[in-house]
Design a protein around this ligand. Structure first.
Ligand code: PMP
Length: 361
């Protein structure tokens, strides 16, 4: 049975060459005499893997030198809890722009430790848009403004970087990092869980402007301190070595394929193909997000006749198209089409959708 086209939102499909390299190195990494997951993270072999991963990531994302790169555990949600601890002083407010489920989650993680303030929200239209920048209102003495660059569940993506003036912009790029060129210098912090565009779940990346690391933040354990983590080269405790290694392979694969400019072109073509399959279906399928902010990575869609959902899922799975069920928070269907999803996979999905609509329309 060949591998299916996997549209899972995360953990998500990984490039086959990356999986094959990992497979070939599983029993023994180079001439280490053991697999990379069986040896010390402080030994020369893993130190080489870790340094190569960071260097490749810096190249892929054009990370400026005045930004630190941290590799952390606990997923993007843990970052959301650590950000207020590290970057807001006791009693200081911070702003959140809520454009979907993950923005709400980010704010919830901050609520126990700071006074969160909603600068803008698209809740009134069920997160189908992004509030215009000139409607945002910041708290006085705000520590930062947090946005979710791409809302994985609601399928809404910022297409411009908002200007927040002197207030550092912190962005959750979990589901769109490395999908196109990005000017990191416009951000205070860019962070992402790995399990969509960067590798397997179990490791996250935080790209932090170094001057922000001078902020005192809140009382916190050393392990939750970005400065301590940076000093320890993200190895204050045992890091997730397998995930770090896999991330490195995946980032190198993206570089070999042509880097973020090439993925931007592929992703634009894939998204155009899928949205036109939806928009051209005469209403059989629909996507409700404002076209200007439709996500290029996560495409939620609904069937006009909800009673057909079960058949759509069963038949798509039988046709080798996996994980198209929408998130329970919004229902319907969703196709996640990250960097590792080839154009052929999206074409197969568009063809299936057209055929299903013809048979059931
Ligand atoms: N932010 C976004 C945009 C996400 O898509 C996700 C996970 N799907 C998260 C945060 C939470 O990530 P994690 O499960 O790694 O904590």
């Amino acid at each position: 049975m060949p591998r299916a086209w996997n549209f899972s939102a995360g953990p998500a499909t990984l490039p086959e060459p990356v999986l094959r390299t990992a497979q070939s190195e599983m029993l023994e990494w180079r001439d280490a005499g053991a697999s990379i997951v069986e040896i010390s993270h402080r030994g020369p072999e893993f130190m080489e893997v870790a340094a190569a991963a960071e260097s490749a990531l810096r190249t892929l994302l054009s990370v400026p030198t005045d930004y630190a790169v941290l590799f952390t555990q606990g997923g993007a949600t843990t970052q959301q809890a650590l950000i207020p601890l590290n970057f807001a002083a006791p009693g200081q407010p911070a702003d959140y722009v809520i454009t979907g489920h993950w923005g709400k989650t980010a704010m919830k993680q901050a609520q126990p430790v700071i006074a969160t303030h909603v600068a803008a929200t698209s809740e009134a239209d069920n997160y189908r848009s992004i509030p215009a920048r000139d409607t945002w209102q910041f708290a006085a003495d705000s520590a930062y403004v947090h946005i979710t660059a791409n809302e994985t569940i609601h399928g809404v993506e910022f297409r411009d970087i908002p200007d927040t003036g002197d207030i550092p912009l912190i962005a959750d790029f979990s589901s769109s990092i490395a999908s196109e060129p990005l000017d990191i210098s416009k951000f205070g912090i860019v962070y992402a869980g790995a399990q969509k565009n960067l590798g397997p779940v179990g490791i996250s990346v935080a790209i932090v402007r170094r001057d922000l690391l001078e902020r005192a933040g809140q009382p916190r354990a050393d392990i939750f301190d970005y400065r301590s983590q940076l000093k320890a080269e993200s190895m204050l405790n045992t890091p997730p070595t397998w995930n770090w290694y896999m991330l490195g392979l995946n980032v190198q694969w993206m570089l070999d394929e042509g880097g973020v400019a090439e993925f931007a072109r592929r992703n634009a073509r894939k998204a155009a193909l899928l949205y036109s399959a939806i928009d051209g279906s005469g209403g059989f399928y629909r996507n409700e997000v404002q076209p200007a902010v439709r996500s290029r990575m996560n495409v939620p869609f609904f069937l006009r006749d909800e009673a057909l959902e079960k058949a759509f899922l069963a038949e798509s799975k039988a046709a080798g198209l996996l994980a198209l069920k929408g998130h329970r928070a919004v229902g319907g269907m969703r196709a996640s089409i990250y960097n590792a999803m080839p154009e052929a996979g999206v074409q197969a999905l568009a063809d299936f959708m057209q055929d299903f609509a013809t048979r059931n329309g």
